[in-house]
Design a protein around this ligand. Structure first.
Ligand SMILES: [Zn+2]
Length: 412
């Protein structure tokens, strides 16, 4: 059993009927040795106990399963004040955007910071320890709550703009706020902003995230230059009359700009052709699916099975409370369990833990219970009839029912 040196201070052994490291096979009667907020060792209880220091305190979680905390790699916490204000299902992307704009316009300047506070609370209550969060600029503030890590992306907008500075929220200096630029989508920013955003993230080894192929209107716009996206841009005074539609899919278009690689997150990816998936796989892109948001906006059903069989690293995320009923990844995973019967529940579990941790560049710290990883874990309560093979599905079901608690590094 691989083992690190214990830090000074309290040493804890967490024992449970099941240990689900995610990156390694599950262990019956397993345990995790924790010290200084890190996992020191994980394995069979007797082995962990034998190798721990004499003063280690044991916490027995009974019939539960220990698993890593969840990782949500696509949220917009600042929209959390809109929870329950938009009814689902919406009749399509266009009507939803119009409703979103109306609601945002009606809210005051404190909307984003108040939303961030509400979102932090909700996402922590859902068992998430790390999120990739997108702001329009109003919510780059440090977190109020401990226990949650937030990788902040600042959305770039401007179809008729060319520089990163212009596409950022007014007055923002990206280096000063410690955030990562993220072009919104192929229909809301120019090709030069997409390229410059990628150059910025590539030179720093950081993730590059975009909404890609979310709705049919995006496909229509790149093909014909017409439809809802054109009308939206014209209404906002953002359309560039010299622009010619490339006649490509979003993935082909992004590939032509040279921005697809292993640090590129394709968020939503609902309207993807088979050749799009082959291209995304050849470039080693990461796919991020938000299937409940897609259902709620009536934009379609993402082909998660196709992405998995093409070999992409796939994650599940919730998007915002403007398009989802909650920020819970157990709920998102349960939706996939119900609606994608050909996907192995073990893979669904990876899509809410280790895969998003990899996509955010935080593998080794989040997503697996292994020596050196952070010790933010969940204890999920299970019934007695759970076998090794039924464990991943049972975990998701119990998580969806709320039968879990934080184990260590308890959020405050
Ligand atoms: Zn989004």
């Amino acid at each position: 059993m691989k083992r690190l040196t214990e830090a000074s201070g309290p040493v804890e052994i967490h024992r449970a009927r099941w240990l689900v490291p995610v990156c390694a096979p599950s262990i019956e009667n397993g345990a995790v040795l924790v010290s200084g907020g890190r996992v020191i060792a994980a394995g069979p209880f007797q082995t962990v106990k034998k190798e721990s220091s004499p003063g280690a305190r044991t916490f027995d979680h009974g019939q539960a399963a220990l698993m890593p905390c969840l990782v949500n790699c696509h949220t917009h916490l600042e929209l959390s004040g809109l929870k329950g204000k938009i009814s689902f299902p919406q009749p399509g992307f266009g009507p939803w955007v119009k409703r979103l704009f109306e609601l945002r316009a009606a809210l005051g300047p404190e909307f984003a910071t108040e939303g961030l506070r509400l979102g932090e609370e909700e996402i922590l209550r859902s068992g998430t320890g790390l999120c990739g969060d997108i702001t329009n600029g109003g919510a780059v503030a440090p977190l109020c709550l401990t226990g949650l890590e937030r990788l902040v992306f600042v959305e770039l907008l401007g179809f008729n703009l060319n520089s990163l500075e212009e596409a950022l929220p007014p007055g923002m200096k990206i280096e000063e706020v410690g955030a990562i630029p993220a072009p919104h989508s192929v229909y809301s920013v120019s090709s030069s902003i997409i390229s410059r955003g990628k150059d910025w993230t590539r030179s720093r080894g950081m993730p590059f995230t975009m909404h890609v192929a979310e709705h049919f209107e995006e496909i229509e716009f790149l093909n014909t230059g017409k439809g809802f996206c054109r009308e939206l841009l014209e209404g906002l005074g953002r359309f560039d009359p010299s622009w010619k539609p490339p006649g490509k899919t979003p993935v082909e278009y992004l590939d032509g700009l040279g921005v697809l690689d292993a640090n590129t997150l394709l968020v939503h990816a609902v309207h993807m052709s088979d050749s799009d998936w082959r291209l995304a796989a050849a470039r080693n892109c990461r796919a991020v699916f938000c299937p409940r948001s897609n259902r709620n906006l009536g934009v379609g059903r993402p082909g998660i099975e196709k992405a998995l069989s093409a070999g992409l690293n796939c994650s599940l995320a919730t998007d915002s409370l403007a398009s989802n009923e909650d920020l819970g990844l157990f709920g998102e995973a349960g939706h996939v369990l119900d609606n994608y019967p050909s996907i192995d529940p073990r893979e669904i579990l990876e899509m809410i833990t280790v895969n998003p941790a990899r996509s955010l560049g935080r593998a080794g710290e989040f997503g697996c219970i292994e020596p050196g990883a952070g010790a933010k874990m969940l204890a999920v309560g299970l019934g007695r009839g759970v076998s090794r093979s039924s464990l991943p599905g049972a975990l998701i079901e119990a998580g969806r029912e709320g039968a879990w608690k934080w184990v260590s590094n308890l959020p405050t």
